[in-house]
Design a protein around this ligand. Structure first.
Ligand code: EPZ
Length: 420
């Protein structure tokens, strides 16, 4: 992660053009972790070039896997995996490395990693993950800030989550594919990335039904081979670029994207008055050359609800739409960090707990901002494209975690953006 690099954006230019959407970070990460379950070699295509994916590859290497990236393809050979331990240093680089726990338990029968802790947007508890592993026969204890899980061989179990959890659903799937017997996950997360992970695992020989629905059933098998697999498009990066097109009242064509998974965001953008068309099986076109208006309410929810990750960029758009939008952020307790920065641009936003009320203004003016988290940083880029004058955004390392080449992507569709 490059520290000190800043993005300089001069706003007021329409976004017009075409962007090929990157592979999905939140699918690539669990798939990279899943490679540790496989005795053969895995070729992962459309793996986005992101610092989070680099961190996952460093973890694979530290576990004794052979891991090599060539452009957007990553090859992983876990036949000689030597360890089930993720160091504190590597965990601190990326807290979502918790996603390695299920796979390492399944493959090695042991996993030791430091407590992932919270992050900028919330405390990010992992109680659902640990409770599920216990039900599958794992012994878990915590010592000196580390979690140590051991299981001679995991056995199938019936697991039910109080609320759908993407990471916990994925972790249980990864622990269950080599477990003895059948595991059922109830109130499972339905995010498209869950289906993508199941597609990868099935390509390696796993037996999984119901991925993408509220009930996932995994029948354990003896071992998994390797496979070649292409990661799905990133629906949150796609949503962000649609917001960039909309806030500049321009038009943007996204290719290599999956319009089905974009539906919850597309329907909100249509409420603002944007025209959105999807055609072929991987293109989405947005036209915002018209009078737009604020949507009344945006409430984040587990898929197929409105995705929490798209809340910051769509809030940036709403700060410029005539009318008032109420946001209800129901997933994470601290996901309005971008609000204070948007206010520095002249936005009118009031936050009360999980609710934020945005009153649209017809102008924003450039300012110096600091990104505080990944999607909050994306919101600042989105708003800067509209703001008069120049906006400087610091701590862009947060943005690099989830957006591949955001500067060249936006420059290619007419944005005045550069790195200083
Ligand atoms: C995944 O995080 C994504 N990260 C997040 O994207 C995304 O915002 C989130 O899902 C929700 O869609 C990755 O996939 C790497 P959860 P995850 O478990 O799995 C509570 C981004 O910007 N919970 O679905 O950690 C939790 O507190 C990132 O790309 C427990 O209480 O999210 C939250 O309120 C940010 N106990 C809710 O469940 C647990 O054991 C949903 O969280 C686990 C979760």
């Amino acid at each position: 992660m490059s520290s000190g690099r800043k993005l300089l954006i001069r706003g007021g230019r329409r976004i017009e053009g075409e962007i090929a959407v990157q592979g999905a970070k939140n699918s690539a990460l669990p798939i990279l972790a899943a490679c540790t379950l496989c005795k053969g070699r895995c070729e992962i295509y459309n793996c986005p070039r992101l610092s989070d994916c680099d961190a996952a590859c460093r973890i694979l290497t530290s576990l004794g896997c052979a891991c090599k990236r060539e452009g957007n393809a990553v090859s992983v050979n876990s036949s000689a995996i030597t360890s089930g331990e993720v160091s504190e240093k590597l965990m601190r680089e990326m807290r979502s490395s918790i996603i390695f726990m299920g796979a390492l338990l399944g493959r090695c029968g042991r996993c030791r990693m430091s407590f992932p802790g919270g992050c900028e947007i919330g405390s990010r508890p992992i109680d659902f993950h640990l409770e599920a592993f216990r039900r599958m026969g794992a012994k878990i204890h915590e010592e000196h800030g580390y979690i140590v899980c051991t299981a001679a061989r995991l056995h199938g179990a019936k697991v039910s989550f109080p609320v759908p959890s993407v990471g916990a659903t994925e972790n249980v799937m990864l622990a269950a594919v080599l477990a003895e017997g059948v595991t059922e996950i109830h109130n499972a997360a339905r995010e498209p990335e869950i289906r993508d992970l199941a597609g990868f695992l099935a390509a390696c020989g796993a037996r999984i039904d119901g991925a993408g629905t509220g009930t996932v059933r995994i029948e354990g098998v003896k071992s998994l081979g390797g496979c070649a697999y292409t990661v799905m498009p990133d629906r949150i990066a796609a949503a962000t670029y649609l917001c960039c097109g909309a806030i500049t009242r321009g038009e943007i064509l996204l290719t290599h994207c999956d319009h089905g998974s974009l539906e919850p965001v597309a329907s909100v953008l249509e409420q603002t008055g944007c025209s959105i068309y999807s055609f072929g099986n991987d293109s989405v076109y947005l036209n915002a050359r018209k009078t737009l208006k604020a949507p009344d309410l945006i409430r984040t929810a587990p898929y197929p609800g409105f995705p929490t990750d798209a809340q910051p960029p769509i809030m940036a758009l709403c700060t410029t739409l005539p009318g008032t939008t109420m946001f209800a952020e129901t997933i994470f307790e601290n996901r309005y960090r971008h609000v204070s920065e948007l206010i520095r641009l002249g936005a009118k936003i009031k936050v009360e707990g999980q609710v934020a009320v945005v009153e649209g203004v017809n102008r924003l003016s450039g300012a110096e901002l600091e990104a505080g988290d990944l999607r909050g940083g994306a919101a600042m880029v989105t708003a800067a494209l509209f703001a008069e004058g120049t906006t400087k955004i610091g701590h862009t390392c947060y943005i690099d975690r989830g957006y591949e080449d955001i500067e060249s992507c936006l420059k290619s569709v007419g944005a005045d953006i550069r790195t200083v």
